[in-house]
Design a binder for this molecule. Structure first.
Ligand code: N01
Length: 486
């Protein structure tokens, strides 16, 4: 306690200044809730788009859809924007709304605990204690990197880094490099590093479904068109409808066969070596893992300095990497494209109820929330991008903005009714989750025959949203006060 300066008290504390946290700040200010603080662990905003700077990092959702509905941008340079342009966009929106004034940088939350007696959250960072009537957890769900616990990896004598912590000071030119994992991140950086490294070895545990990416620079004429009143909004709706239609397939996997045919044709067209093609051919239903888009990943694998080992990594002996199948390769650098802690998010270890139980403990049988947003036993708390709000291939902005509608409606309702406390009723949360799990049964995530970050260690799908995004918007449109203890 003594190390902390005197407490600061706010109406709302937002944890994280990424896309969700900045959006939350903007929406709260617009609703007249301005005694807020956004606690950001880093020295800069932007969340995932600040952290992921690996070569080739870009969005696999079209820019017009991957943006706030209230801050459309007519002059994206590409149909699918790159990391730097997205980060610039997020910064620009934050600046235009004066959000910077509310962000407290270098404030990593160490512990947030509900104090029933005071009716407040006590939020501790390394140097400060804050109190707030409400917290909004906006820490992102693809955030904390997984560093696999592989024997010998810690003693590897060369460089090891995770894709989301790219070491730009390390020069890969002329090196022998191993990439562990072949997910959305790896397929973006592999084509970028392939031309400069001497040898590139991919440890591929599971092949991915990869469709062509309809990406292209946006010509000036198109930009002019997007500046016409209403055009950008119509285009966004069209893209939304397209993705929504594709999303029907996640709930009715038989419909994904056509997309699988496209994936196989893409593979046949670009990979001529039948052995390599066999190694790259998925044996599960498309959509079971996130569908990937790329035009340059397969061509990179055709190059003479690239080798794909169809195996995970078993152990590391000195500079030698040993695959599960016994194959051995000596390398200079290891890049981990091994993804993120999704179903056991580390933030859950730092959030406590009044009795001192952590959210991780409350979630020991799997993550659960009501409408992905509130959690029984944690009064006056919201979580953005919470459990079972994963919609497959669509824009996270749609989810975030749906939740912000609910959160702002909740806070303004409570303000208008002069209520200080809300807690979702346990039975309502349980009933909601029984329905979620029932309706997830037939989805591609549950039946597609793969392992993925949708499923937790108990086999529970605590990530996927079983319905369409129109239903999500409906569920989160207004705060249903009757379902809460107030
Ligand atoms: O991570 P992943 P990612 N030994 O979890 C493998 C978003 N994103 O960072 O499939 C060997 O997809 C693992 O193998 P397997 C997007 O939502 C968005 O690539 O489990 N391999 C897999 O191949 C995405 O879904 C954009 O058998 C190991 C890989 O590592 C999410 O971020 C761009 C292993 C992990 O793949 C995560 O993508 C990039 C081990 N011990 C990312 N452990 C956009 O464009 C794991 N693997 C918006």
């Amino acid at each position: 306690m003594s190390a902390h300066t005197s407490p600061l008290t706010h109406d709302v504390i937002i944890i994280g200044a990424g896309v969700s946290g900045i959006g939350a700040g903007i929406r709260l200010l617009a609703a007249g809730i301005d005694n807020i603080a956004i606690l950001e662990k880093a020295a800069d905003l932007g969340g995932t788009w600040r952290d992921n700077t690996y070569p080739g990092c870009a969005c696999d959702v079209p820019s017009a859809l991957y943006s706030y509905s209230f801050a459309q941008k007519p002059d994206w340079t590409r149909a699918f924007a790159g990391q730097a342009e997205i980060l610039d966009y997020v910064r620009g929106v934050s600046e235009r709304h004066g959000i910077g004034d509310y962000i407290h940088f270098n404030q990593a939350v160490e512990r947030a605990q509900w104090r029933e007696a005071q009716g407040l959250w006590e939020v501790q960072t390394s140097g400060q204690i804050y109190f707030a009537r409400t917290i909004i957890v906006c820490s992102g769900y693809l955030h904390e990197p997984i560093v696999p616990n592989i024997p010998g990896l810690q003693d590897f004598p060369g460089k090891v880094f995770h894709s989301s912590r790219w070491d730009h000071d390390h020069n890969l030119t002329g090196e022998r490099v191993a990439v562990i994992g072949t997910g959305a991140s790896a397929i973006q950086f592999v084509p970028e590093i392939q031309p400069v490294v001497e040898q590139l070895t991919l440890f591929q545990r599971t092949p991915q479904w990869i469709l062509p990416k309809p990406d292209h620079p946006i010509p000036r004429v198109e930009e002019t068109f997007f500046r016409l009143p209403g055009t950008l909004k119509a285009w966004r709706k069209l893209l939304y409808a397209g993705f929504e239609t594709f999303g029907v397939g996640f709930r009715h996997p038989a419909m994904l066969r056509q997309a699988q045919k496209l994936g196989l044709a893409h593979l046949r067209f670009t990979i001529k070596d039948p052995e390599l093609r066999a190694r790259l051919t998925p044996d599960y239903t498309l959509g079971c893992k996130r569908v990937l888009l790329s035009n340059n990943y397969y061509p990179a694998l055709n190059q003479a300095n690239v080798e794909v080992l169809a195996t995970g990594l078993k152990e590391v002996r000195g500079k030698t990497l040993v695959g599960q199948d016994g194959s051995e390769r000596e390398v200079d650098t290891v890049i981990l494209g091994t993804g993120f802690h999704v179903t056991e998010p580390p933030i859950a270890e730092r959030i406590y109820n009044n009795a001192g139980e952590s959210l991780s403990q409350l979630w020991e049988n799997g993550m659960q929330a009501y409408r992905g947003t509130t959690i029984s036993g944690l009064p006056n708390a919201f979580m953005v991008l919470g459990p079972n709000l994963g919609i497959g291939h669509n824009s996270a902005f749609i989810v975030i903005e749906s939740q912000l509608n609910y959160i702002v409606d909740a806070l303004t309702t409570l303000r208008d009714r002069q209520l200080a406390r809300f807690d979702i009723r346990r039975e309502i949360q349980d009933r909601y989750n029984r329905k979620v799990q029932k309706d997830l049964q037939g989805t591609v995530w549950n039946t597609g025959g793969c392992s993925s970050y949708y499923l937790d260690k108990h086999g529970l799908n605590s990530v996927g949203f079983p319905w369409n995004t129109l239903k999500m918007q409906r569920l989160l449109k207004t705060f249903d006060a009757d379902n809460y203890h107030l």
